[in-house]
Design a binder for this molecule. Structure first.
Ligand SMILES: [Fe+2]
Ligand SMILES: [Fe+2]
Ligand SMILES: [Fe+2]
Ligand SMILES: [Fe+2]
Length: 414
C-alpha cells in the first residue's frame, strides 16, 4: 500500500460524536496481550501527535497554517481518546503497567530484529534489556498488591526475569545522548522505528510521571519514581537518534506517515475483529492527514516531501514473542552502559568516573527501590517471582532466586 495514493476519509467527516468516541472496552480476562499492547502503542503515537502539533503551532506565524494544524490536532485528540478508552477500569494501574513494559520488550525486540542500521539496532538492543528488567521489578511489586500474577497478563509470550538490573541503568545525563541517523541516507524503516520508539517510550515516561503517585504504599511509589527516571533516559536516548535538521513540515509528514504505517500494521496483525475495525477507521483518518500535510508542505516550503517516501509501505511492524532473541541480547550486553554516544560494558567505559559519580549520587546508602522490591519478596516468600519458560537465566549470578547481586557484582560480570 502507498498511503499517498489512497483516498482516506474526508477531514470534515472525521469528527466523532461522544457516543462514538466512548469506545467499548476489552475484556481483560480474554484480551490477547498484543491487542492490549497495540492499544498502548497507538495511544502513545496519538499523544505524540497531539504534543508535536501543539509545538509546531507555537512555532508557526501564519494564521491559516495554525488553523490547519488546529484542525488536524483536534482529530488526533479524538483518536487518542478512542484508543486509550479501550482499557477497562477493572484493570489496575499495575496491570496496565505490566502491559506497558511487555510492549516495550516486544516492540523493541521486533524492531531490532529488522533494523537495517547497526547503530540504531544497537540502541534498541541496549534499552530492550532495561525495559525487560522493569517488567520483572513491577511483576514482583504485583505479588503483594494485586491478586493477579504478571504471567496471566503476558500470557506465555514474554518471559519475566532480571534483565540489566535497574540499579545499574542510572547513567550520567551526558551518556544517554546518541548520534542521529541522517534523514537523507537513513532507510525508511530506520526512520519509522525511531519515530515509533520515541513515542512509545515517551508515553511510558508520561504514564509513570502521572500514575506513579497513585500507588498506595511507599515501596510502589518509590519503584515508579525510579523507573520513571529511566524512562526519561530512554526518551533522551531514542530522541537523540532523530535527525534535528528536519523542518517542521518534514517532521509533520514523518509523523503522519508513521501513523499510517502503524495503523496499517495493526490492521494486518489484529486478531480481534472489533479492534481491527477501529484500526482500519483510524488508518483512513491518517491517510487524509498525510495528504493534507503534504499539501501544506508544498504551499509553505515549496517542497514535495512525499518524494522522500517509497512507493510501497515497508514490511509491517508485527508484535510477536521474542524470548530467545531477548535471552541472546541479555547474554551479550548485560553490563552495557552509555559511554558518550557509544554503548559499551561498564568496565570498558571511558566515562566510568562519571558513571560512578552519578551512581553514588542516586544510589546512596542501602536503599534502591528496584533492589528493595526483590529483597522484600525474598524475605516474604523465600525467593523472587519469575516466569522463566525457556530454562535458567543466561547470566550465572542471576540464576539464584533467594539472593540479590549488588552493583559491584553486576558490573564485574565478564
Ligand atoms: Fe493520529
Ligand atoms: Fe521501562
Ligand atoms: Fe523504556
Ligand atoms: Fe494523524
Amino acid at each position: 500500500m502507498n498511503p499517498f495514493e489512497e483516498k482516506g476519509m474526508p477531514i470534515d467527516k472525521q469528527m466523532l460524536a461522544w457516543s462514538e468516541l466512548n469506545t467499548a472496552t476489552y475484556d481483560p480476562q480474554s484480551v490477547h496481550p498484543y491487542t492490549r499492547t497495540r492499544g498502548i502503542l497507538m495511544n502513545g503515537i496519538e499523544t505524540e501527535a497531539v504534543f508535536f502539533y501543539h509545538n509546531f503551532h507555537r512555532h508557526a506565524q501564519d494564521s491559516d497554517l495554525r488553523r490547519q494544524l488546529s484542525l488536524i490536532r483536534r482529530v488526533e485528540q479524538q483518536q487518542q481518546k478512542s484508543v486509550n478508552w479501550v482499557i477497562p477500569a477493572s484493570e489496575t494501574t499495575l496491570e496496565v503497567t505490566i502491559g506497558y513494559e511487555q510492549l516495550a520488550v516486544d516492540l523493541t525486540a521486533s524492531m531490532a530484529k529488522n533494523e537495517p542500521d547497526p547503530y540504531v539496532k544497537a540502541a534498541l538492543d541496549f534499552a530492550l534489556l532495561e525495559d525487560f528488567d522493569h517488567l520483572y521489578r513491577y511483576a514482583n511489586l504485583m505479588l503483594d498488591n494485586d491478586p493477579k500474577k504478571a504471567e496471566a497478563i503476558v500470557n506465555d509470550l514474554t518471559e519475566i526475569m532480571p534483565g540489566r538490573p535497574t540499579i545499574i541503568e542510572h547513567r550520567h545525563p551526558f551518556d544517554d545522548v546518541r548520534r542521529y541517523a541522517a534523514k537523507d541516507t537513513a532507510d525508511i524503516l530506520t526512520k519509522l522505528h525511531i519515530a515509533t520508539i520515541i513515542a512509545a517510550e515517551q508515553q511510558t515516561m508520561n504514564f509513570y510521571m502521572n500514575v506513579g503517585n497513585r500507588f498506595a504504599n511507599m515501596a510502589g511509589r518509590a519503584l515508579y519514581q525510579e523507573i520513571a527516571m529511566i524512562e526519561e533516559q530512554h526518551v533522551t536516548h531514542y530522541g537523540s537518534l532523530s535527525d534535528p535538521t528536519m523542518s517542521w513540515f518534514e517532521m509533520a509528514l514523518l509523523h503522519e506517515y508513521c501513523e499510517c504505517y502503524l495503523y496499517y500494521s495493526c490492521m494486518k496483525s489484529e486478531t480481534e475483529e472489533p479492534m481491527r475495525l477501529v484500526w482500519q477507521q483510524l488508518l483512513e483518518n491518517e491517510i487524509t492527514h498525510l495528504k493534507m500535510i503534504n499539501e501544506i508542505g508544498k504551499k509553505y516550503e515549496k517542497r514535495d516531501y512525499s518524494e522522500m517516501y517509497p512507493k510501497e509501505f515497508p514490511q509491517p511492524l508485527i508484535l510477536e514473542s521474542n524470548k530467545e532473541y531477548v535471552r541472546d541480547v541479555l547474554a551479550k550486553q548485560f553490563t552495557y552502559t552509555g559511554d558518550g554516544t557509544e554503548m559499551v560494558p561498564v568496565n570498558k567505559a571511558e566515562s566510568r568516573q562519571r558513571f560512578d559519580e552519578y551512581q553514588n549520587a542516586v544510589n546512596t546508602g542501602e536503599y534502591v527501590p528496584s533492589q528493595q522490591v526483590i529483597a522484600d519478596g525474598i524475605v516474604k516468600y523465600g525467593k523472587d517471582y519469575r516466569f522463566e519458560t525457556n530454562g535458567n537465566h543466561p547470566i550465572g549470578i542471576l540464576q539464584g532466586r533467594d539472593s540479590l547481586p549488588g552493583r559491584e557484582e553486576i558490573v564485574n560480570v565478564p
